[in-house]
Ligand binder design. Structure first.
Ligand code: ARG
Length: 391
């Protein structure tokens, strides 16, 4: 009897070649495909996997779980990697890994596989998840083993093996898309002196071509969870989809970065993530209004650490889970509404309110109704300066 293997399948060139390569290694290939909002429809993915020779395919629409268990905690944490990456791809990998393990258990398979490159972060994220959740499963990573070392050679292989593919040699970017953002790399982007060409972006407009009129969006939060858009109740998935459309129209959410991969190299990647940047801006703004200064400063340290854990795929680690517990406690009063103006690639704050606002106009004002006792300031400064007085 053939050995069963469950392959995390996207429908792209890499994983299509993986099906055939694994078959040739004597495996019975069962595909699992997670729908997180990629550019391929589930029906296309199913057709392609079966046409390529998969015995069976599981397709799971995991968008809701992605939003509630991955995106939302990352938003509450204000998790952004190296200032520019909202972790869209990174957050999806532990979820894919978790369901890959589930399908393997369901199928009684002892092997799992993925189509991640041997020099990227995604192999680390998926495998560390698999190892954390079931260390007995054996992992086969074709891209670390096979002779196909370039995209061109994979296309040749696909042709020889009559694997149906959409990729052409001209389509040079490597793209990963989900509802939290799009990651785009390779091709001319590998040369750091090139600025990205417009054709690299999937759905955001260039700021130059964005409307000349700004648009205001109001995001309402309850305990750190975005619950209303412009005053209307929305589930978070719908809100993210709407904000991607609106923000994309205004050229919001593009970043271009040189990032530090977990495997030690620096790589160039561009991202588009309008909804993520809008929600992060609104969330941060509201926290700034309702949290005290010690909590804000400490949470920033947590946020930095959190982004590195998420980037490295250590999502199911004890540390990351403990930080979640801390973060959840900080969100008790993160309730209120923030208005943001979107204009030619920029997000600016256009208003904020909360029943828990710590801002007190009677203390901050320079007007006549000032309640701040200036006389107290003198004694405060005397004592505050004491440790720094040079002898
Ligand atoms: N650099 C990003 C990360 O490590 C995205 C990786 C996948 N990128 C891609 N264009 N396929 O999370």
């Amino acid at each position: 009897m053939k050995k069963k293997i469950v392959l995390a399948y996207s429908g792209g060139l890499d994983t299509s070649c993986c099906i055939r390569w694994l078959q040739k290694k004597g495996f019975e290939v069962i595909c699992f495909s997670a729908h997180l909002g990629s550019e391929f429809s589930p029906a296309q993915v199913r057709k392609k996997a079966l046409a390529t020779g998969a015995k069976k395919i599981y397709i799971k629409d995991l968008r809701k779980e992605f939003v509630s268990d991955y995106i939302l905690p990352a938003l509450k944490a204000n998790a952004v990697y190296e200032h520019k990456y909202v972790l869209s791809t990174a957050l999806g990998r532990p979820l894919i890994g978790k369901h890959l393990v589930d399908v393997a258990h369901q199928e009684g398979a002892k092997f799992v596989s993925h189509g991640c490159t041997g020099k990227g972060n995604d192999q680390v994220r998926i495998e560390v998840t698999v190892k954390t959740l079931d260390p007995k499963l054996e992992i086969v990573a074709p891209l670390r083993e096979w002779h196909l070392t370039s995209r061109e050679s994979e296309i040749e292989y696909a042709k020889e093996e009559k694997i149906p593919i959409a990729a052409t040699k001209e389509k040079i970017y490597s793209i990963d898309k989900n509802i939290w953002g799009v990651s785009i790399e390779a091709g001319i982007l590998e040369d750091l002196k090139n600025s990205p060409r417009e054709d690299a972006y999937l759905f955001t407009k260039s700021a130059k071509k964005a409307p000349n009129k700004p648009q205001v969006v109001r995001i309402g939060f309850k305990k750190g969870v975005p619950v209303t858009l412009n005053g209307n109740k929305k589930d978070l998935l719908t809100m993210i989809e709407a904000l991607n459309r609106i923000g994309g129209t205004h050229g919001v959410g593009r970043t271009d970065m040189v990032e530090d991969r977990t495997v030690g190299i620096k790589s160039r990647e561009i991202y588009e993530a309008p909804a993520a940047w809008i929600l992060l801006a609104a969330h941060r703004e509201l926290e700034q209004l309702v949290l005290d200064k010690d909590l804000i400063a400490f949470k920033e340290l947590v946020s930095l650490r959190y982004s590195h854990l998420a980037y490295a795929g250590l999502w199911f680690s004890h540390l990351k889970q403990s930080l979640d517990a801390f973060i959840e406690r900080t969100q008790k009063k993160v309730t209120g509404e923030v208005a943001l103006e979107l204009y030619k690639g920029n997000i600016t704050v256009a208003g904020r309110k909360s029943p828990y606002a710590l801002y007190k106009k009677e203390l901050a004002t320079y007007g006549a109704k000032d309640m701040f006792n200036r006389a107290d300031a003198k004694g405060f400064i005397n004592i505050f300066a004491m440790p720094y007085i040079k002898s």
